[in-house]
Design a protein around this ligand. Structure first.
Ligand SMILES: Nc1nc2c(ncn2[C@@H]2O[C@H](COP(=O)(O)OP(=O)(O)OP(=O)(O)O)[C@@H](O)[C@H]2O)c(=O)[nH]1
Length: 391
């Protein structure tokens, strides 16, 4: 099933559930009105439950039961993650919906002015300039072919085009983190101050710790005392050790200490926090190169990820930062933070389509559990599900 079909499926399911809830409410109102003296159905249910309990007591617990439980647990987790995405993307979805409503309220016919407005609407939703132009062009053709005139049909086609493009871009994309199953995984975090680097490292450390891994953090942002303290605090919250130097010390020497400690203690994961002063690109480039050299001396295969942290709330600015960092160092993936606090979630589409950088992690809140491995399907369902119209 294609991605758009999945969204359609989710949309139809929601509609059915809505209908069912309405019917159930109606039934219970009717039941209450005709209130029976006794309620035989309740008795039967109670009896059934007792029989069921008795039967299950006698049954040996076999592997298939365990497997069913496991599957149920996975399904529950998947549903929970999907909910997090839907909640996190609420603002983006609402803004997008409002813009769409406005667009369709202002146009009664699908003419050239309409298509230009579609372009503006998409650009305004931070989908990216190139992407917006491409969607509008494809829409022009599609509307001609389908002879679509009804706003609902046109709106669904816009969503379909966005989803198709998104799916196409994601075909070769690896969203999983490059974890080393039999050795140390070294992830370097880069990005400008305030984007959520330290917070994301803390959240990820917590996740790995929960999985039973030995995790180390390195405070290689030695320029601000506050940055070191903040990472130490996250280390305490996640219950993992932090390797640190004094303020102003050489970041590469902190990384050297951390690599040595990780090897001695056979750690599974080392997460390195760096300073991100974009105002001086050459310095930053030299510093990151030096850090990488130190890492490579200890392990030629590392770093296994260079993750650029960008703040989704800054929209187009996040895109520009990503562009500049891509020129400065070999970024392997993005961590997109604060998706929950923004109406600019469309920036994911722009970054992927225009910079071809995979999004690896997304921040969906300030809590320690609010970091998710990026799931393109959950993301796109969360973004567009509520926007489909009944044709
Ligand atoms: N709502 C929300 N807030 C976040 C998220 N990630 C980080 N934050 C908040 O963003 C602010 C900045 O995060 P930091 O982790 O300090 O950012 P940093 O990039 O390490 O910044 P420096 O320490 O200045 O280098 C903090 O108040 C975090 O709580 C997220 O996914 N959602």
């Amino acid at each position: 099933m294609g991605l758009f079909d999945k969204i359609k499926h989710a949309f139809v399911k929601d509609k059915e559930e809505e209908k069912q809830t309405e019917e159930t409410n109606q039934e219970s109102v009717e039941e209450k009105i005709s209130e029976p003296a006794e309620n035989p159905s309740e008795e039967t249910t109670e009896q059934d439950r007792k029989v069921e309990e008795h039967v299950t007591e006698d049954l040996p617990v076999d592997e298939s039961d365990e497997r069913i439980e496991e599957t149920e647990e996975i399904e529950e987790e998947t549903a929970e993650t999907q909910k997090k995405y839907e909640k996190g993307l609420e603002k983006t979805r609402k803004t997008f919906k409002d813009r769409m409503n406005e667009l369709f309220a202002n146009f009664r016919t699908v003419d050239e002015d309409f298509f230009e407005e579609v372009e503006d609407t998409l650009i305004g939703a931070d989908v990216g300039f190139d992407t917006s132009m491409r969607i509008a062009d494809e829409l022009r053709q599609e509307v001609k072919i389908k002879n679509a005139k009804k706003p609902a049909a046109v709106q669904n086609t816009i969503i379909e085009k966005l989803v198709d493009l998104y799916e196409e871009e994601g075909e070769q994309e690896v969203n999983d983190l490059n974890e080393q199953p039999n050795g140390l995984s070294v992830f370097l975090f880069v990005g400008v101050n305030g984007t959520g680097k330290t917070t994301s490292i803390g959240k990820l450390a917590h996740q790995y710790k929960q999985e039973g891994k030995k995790v180390l953090l390195a405070a290689a942002d030695t320029f601000r005392a506050g940055a070191i303290d903040q990472l130490v605090q996250w280390g305490e919250r996640a219950d993992v050790e932090v390797v640190r130097g004094n303020t102003g010390s050489d970041p590469a020497s902190v990384v050297f200490d951390a690599m040595t400690k990780a090897r001695e203690e056979q750690a599974d994961v080392l997460l390195i926090d760096t300073a991100g002063r974009l105002q001086n690109k050459v310095n930053l480039m030299n510093e990151l190169d030096k850090i990488k050299r130190v890492i490579k001396r200890e392990d030629p295969t590392a770093p296994h990820e260079v993750l650029l942290v960008v703040d989704a709330t800054t929209g187009q600015n996040a895109m520009n930062q990503a562009k500049q960092f891509k020129e400065t160092t070999d970024v392997t993936g993005l961590v997109l933070t604060k998706l929950d606090g923004t109406a600019k979630g469309g920036i994911v589409l722009a970054i992927r389509n225009e910079l071809h950088l995979p999004v690896k992690l997304v921040g969906l809140g300030e809590g320690i559990d609010d970091l998710e491995v990026f799931d393109p399907n959950d993301f796109v369902v969360g973004l567009f599900k509520g926007l489909l119209q009944e044709e």
